[in-house]
Design a protein around this ligand. Sequence first.
Ligand SMILES: [Zn+2]
Length: 306
Amino acid sequence: MKKKYIRTLKLFSKCSFLILFIVIATNYIKDNSTYFMPQEYKTIKKIVDKIALKNNLGYEEIPFSIGSGAYMEYEAEKLGICKKDDCYYFKNLNPYKKHKDFKEVNLNELSKQSFLFNSIEAYAWSGVVWISKSTFKTYGDKTNYLSCLIGHELAHIIYNDHLEQSIKLSKKIKNHQNLKDDKNKVLNNEELKKEEDEEIDLYEKVLSRESETKADQNGARMIINAGYPNDTCLKSLTFLSKKNYTDAHTEINSTHPGHLERYKSLKTFIDSYDKEVKRLKPYKWSWKYSRNQNTLTFSPHNQVHD
Ligand SMILES: [Zn+2]
């Protein structure tokens, strides 16, 4: 009787170990396998795979992350759960996770509303491509157009737009310092500081518009190389302007050119662009998904650089 009891106990402990192992393995696969990631991430992977087949996207990892969107940020501020200019947390909130109420506001409900009312929104920051979940709903089955948006953000990262902008800005600030002494004779310090800040701010906007135009062109080049029809990104730009109610004219204090200027610059580029036919050096990559981190990372394999 005792022997039987011990045998049953051993069997039970073996079984529970097996069950525990299966539970841990299942959870690990669910949280890290690209097979079980949300549909939006699958769409990103499909598009970037197509782009990377015919373009070199560099040798550094590029994480993609999907967030709740600016609508959530504005509403959070209006509801008083964060202070002005301090609400990015809500914009970036993971839309795939259940959140606890915060200061009596139902964040899950707010996230759903943001998905509904937010439109196309993406940026590249710190080497990460961030896209709002609502962007995928807005593009729907027009994944060709979405490819241009992703190409644009990838271009910001690959071509180091931010660094180039910073260098130009620092030159401008230096020039200002040199002119300061002459102006100082007629303006007091406060007036001078204000004038200087305004001028530098406007110059920053000029640089930003320049880098947007450049990213449009570099992005479109990648998309054309990848085999999409030449006019895909022009159509995508019109789609974006319609959905986001972009102004047709360029505002001097805007970070992006108005629709007409943006469209014209991109058309001029595409009309003169001959698809690159040179052979690509072997380029390989893999993907890492993390449900916990809410990222899908494009990971190029180490190889001999050019
Ligand atoms: Zn941009």
